[in-house]
Design a binder for this molecule. Structure first.
Ligand code: CA
Ligand code: CA
Length: 150
């Protein structure tokens, strides 16, 4: 199959990276977009594996968030680290997920991701405000499984 990055134009990729940078200017939460070919039989396990492999458990406040896209099996999963789960209501990600999936159904992948990232940044800001000495703990560029080695 084609390289995963080719599902997105260069402008798409830039827009997604910019959306993450912008969102992270409002919150100490760290958002990463991960693209794999398939989420597989057990999507949650696939997402957890990627989360760990990319070192996303290592943020200081345990407030990393993964936006996982399985391109071939059309799966979208949001996984937040434990620091987020401890603070936010149970349905915290529902509106973000619904918005992203709504765009995906119409084939608007980049739009769905930029919109979802923007919403996630706004929602996280209430629980994890941006800090003056903020460090960009996780890369803002999309992680493509076929390039990353993990
Ligand atoms: Ca940061
Ligand atoms: Ca970041």
């Amino acid at each position: 199959m084609a390289a995963l990055r080719d599902f997105f134009t260069e402008d798409d990729r830039k827009a997604i990276t910019s959306a993450i940078k912008e969102a992270e200017s409002r919150t100490s939460g760290e958002i990463r977009v991960r693209v794999e070919a398939k989420a597989g039989e057990d999507p949650m396990q696939t997402v957890r594996n990627a989360f760990e492999a990319l070192g996303m458990r290592n943020t200081e406040l345990h407030n990393g968030v993964m936006f996982f896209v399985g391109m071939e099996d059309r799966k979208f999963v949001i996984l937040g680290d434990d620091g987020i789960d401890e603070k936010v209501p149970e349905n915290f990600w529902d509106s973000v997920r619904d918005a992203v999936i709504g765009h995906f159904r119409e084939g608007r992948f980049a739009r769905g991701l930029t919109e979802g990232v923007r919403m996630a940044g706004e929602q996280l800001a209430a629980f994890f405000p941006h800090q003056r000495d903020d460090v960009d703990e996780l890369p803002n560029a999309i992680s493509f499984a076929d390039e990353e080695g993990v």
